[in-house]
Design a protein around this ligand. Structure first.
Ligand SMILES: Nc1nc2c(ncn2[C@@H]2O[C@H](COP(=O)(O)OP(=O)(O)OP(=O)(O)O)[C@@H](O)[C@H]2O)c(=O)[nH]1
Length: 277
């Protein structure tokens, strides 16, 4: 009897399960062939027995018949053994599939927990923890290879008014829209993160000069200042950005973020869009 395998599983079988299934299929074919041999031997022995019953005593025929019956019994026994082995093999395959399924599901849960630990739930952007980790790593590389890095601290202007006028969920949509725009314009090596509330942090890797940084800051401002449709209204919001540069403004992540934060307040006061530390 063939065991019912878990065909609804969305997880592709591993090489081990595939090879075990091949062995089982092969073994089932052998068992079927052996079972056919048993049937053929039975019918041959039946005919011989009938012939033997009609004859005078014939010792040689009697011996041959006994041997043939013994062979049939042995082959029958082999067919039964093969059935037992195949059932054990089928059980083993089901168990392996179950374990593989369990393993994949545990790995998916771990991956999801890891993602949640390092990302902001509202916008999906990297959170503070991931940003700090990337900044620490970037600083170690910058020290080793003499790179220049830039940290941008960005805060939205008068974001509270959006919440007050249009409601908190409209504010959430605005934060999500802005985050998507920021992600779209961020280079692969750079990092944009949500620091909290309406604050975002940028890490720019291997920056050549301030002209490049200013161009990036203008690009970010331009992208954020594009109108955003909220509940039928076109909302326009602007950011203030403070910029600190490694090694000029600090050689630790705390110092660079602090300098950029201070510069952001200057940009906000002067309404200049962005300012350097
Ligand atoms: N919708 C929404 N609002 C948030 C979230 N987190 C923080 N806020 C709000 O964001 C606002 C941030 O306010 P501030 O940055 O202090 O004020 P602001 O109006 O932007 O003023 P300036 O920065 O001085 O221009 C506060 O009203 C918070 O309640 C969030 O996840 N969703």
């Amino acid at each position: 009897m063939k065991k019912q395998r878990n065909s609804e599983s969305s997880i592709p079988p591993t090489n081990t399960t595939v090879s075990l299934s091949k062995v089982l299929n092969h073994s089932e074919t052998i068992k079927d062939t052996v079972a056919e041999c048993v049937e053929e031997l039975s019918s041959v022995n039946l005919v011989l027995n009938q012939e033997f019953a009609n004859q005078e005593t014939n010792i040689e025929l009697e011996n041959a018949l006994e041997k043939s019956d013994a062979v049939k019994d042995k082959v029958e026994d082999v067919a039964e053994q093969l059935t037992i082995v195949n059932e054990a093999l089928a059980d083993e395959i089901i168990e392996r599939e179950r374990l593989e399924h369990q393993l994949v599901s545990v790995m998916a849960q771990e991956e999801s927990a890891r993602h949640d630990a390092f990302h902001d739930p509202l916008t999906g952007l990297p959170n503070r923890v991931l940003f700090n980790d990337r900044l620490e790593h970037a600083l170690a590389q910058a020290k080793r290879y003499n790179w220049t890095l830039a940290v941008m601290f960005m805060d939205l202007n008068k974001f509270k008014e959006i919440n007050d006028i249009h409601g908190h969920s409209a504010g959430d949509v605005l934060l999500q829209t802005i985050s998507k725009r920021l992600l779209d314009i961020t280079r692969e090596d750079d990092t944009v993160s949500r620091h909290g509330g309406d604050e975002f942090l940028y890490l720019l890797m291997q920056i050549e000069n301030e002209i490049d940084i200013s161009l990036i800051a203008k690009k970010i401002i331009n992208s954020i200042e594009q109108p955003c449709s909220l509940e039928g209204h076109d909302i326009v919001i602007s950011p203030s950005i403070g910029i600190s540069i490694y090694p000029k403004d600090g050689d630790s992540s705390e110092a660079l973020i602090k300098s950029a934060d201070k510069a952001m307040y200057q940009a906000k006061q002067k309404k200049s869009g962005f300012a350097y530390a």
